[in-house]
Structure formats: C-alpha cells, structure tokens
Design a binder for this molecule. Structure first.
Ligand code: 4NP
Length: 152
C-alpha cells in the first residue's frame, strides 16, 4: 500500500500528514509506504516550515520531508493521493489522466469524525494556533484512514 499526502506548498500540512500517519501506521502495524508532495513547486527542495516542524515536535512527531511537486508518475505509483483541502482535491482530480487515476484522489476530510472542518486549513499566513489545529485534524484523520485501509 502506498499513500501520497498532498497540499499546496508541501511545507506545512502534507509533511505533517506524512509524519503523523507514519507514526500511527507503525503503531497499528500497518505496512504502508508514505510520501508527500505539493500541487505547487515554489518551495521545492525545502524542509517543512520551521513552525510546522516545531509544533509537530512538541506533539511527538519528527517531520523529515523535503518539498517536491506532484508528478504524473505519482498517479501510477501510489494507491491513494490524499488532498488536504478542496482546492488541492480539485487540482489533483483535474490533472488525472484516466478515471482510474482520478478515483485514487481522496480528501483528508473524508476521514474526519466531527463536522467542524471540511478541510485542513492552510496555517501558513496565520498564527501559531493554526499549526496545532493542523495536527489535531491530522491525528483524527490518520486514525480513521488507518481503519479504512485495514478494510480495503
Ligand atoms: P502548505 O502551506 O500548502 O500546507 O504547505 C503553504 C505553504 C506555502 C504557501 C502556501 C501554503 N505559500 O503561499 O508560499
């Protein structure tokens, strides 16, 4: 099983998703390969945002990813591409070359238990609270995504 987490810049939300999901999948004994990418390339080659790394670290997660853009090959090599927000989702669906590729694109919000959020909000231009909200949503979403993957 291979999962790709996708946001806009691949420096905040999807690196956090990658780190949190990796941690939880290992705890759950789920064999899975994980990566993350951005729909935009303007932060390619960069580590995750320092604020995101520090907040993640304070919550027990080490973020090690280096930003890269999504490629056409990702639609073939991954089983699921999980979009952080609705704009990421629309872009990933549009870039799919076949209906089978488009069906691989899911939203992180599909795995939220509560209805307070319908996406993972971009924390980049906001205050520190936004980074904690990202972690909260991704912890909950990862738990439910693991349940989903164990059934599929
Ligand atoms: P991300 O956050 O998509 O969660 O990595 C962002 C990072 C950078 C920018 C926007 C969102 N930016 O505009 O540079």
């Amino acid at each position: 099983m291979k999962i790709l987490f996708v946001c806009l810049g691949n420096i905040c939300r999807s690196p956090a998703a990658e780190g949190i999901f990796a941690h939880k999948a290992q705890q759950a004994g789920l064999q899975v390969e994980i990566d993350s990418a951005g729909t935009a390339a303007y932060h390619a080659g960069e580590k995750a945002d320092r604020r995101m790394r520090q907040t993640a670290k304070s919550r027990g997660y080490e973020l090690t990813s280096i930003s890269r853009p999504v490629t056409n090959a990702d639609y073939e090599s991954f089983d699921y591409l999980i979009a952080m927000d609705n704009q990421n989702y629309d872009e990933l669906r549009e870039k799919a070359l076949t209906p089978e590729q488009a069906e691989k694109v899911l939203r992180m919000r599909d795995f939220f238990s509560n209805a307070d959020y319908d996406h993972v909000p971009d924390p980049y231009y906001g205050g520190s609270k936004g980074f904690d909200i990202v972690i909260d949503l991704l912890e909950e979403g990862s738990d439910n995504l693991i349940k989903f993957l164990k059934q599929h």
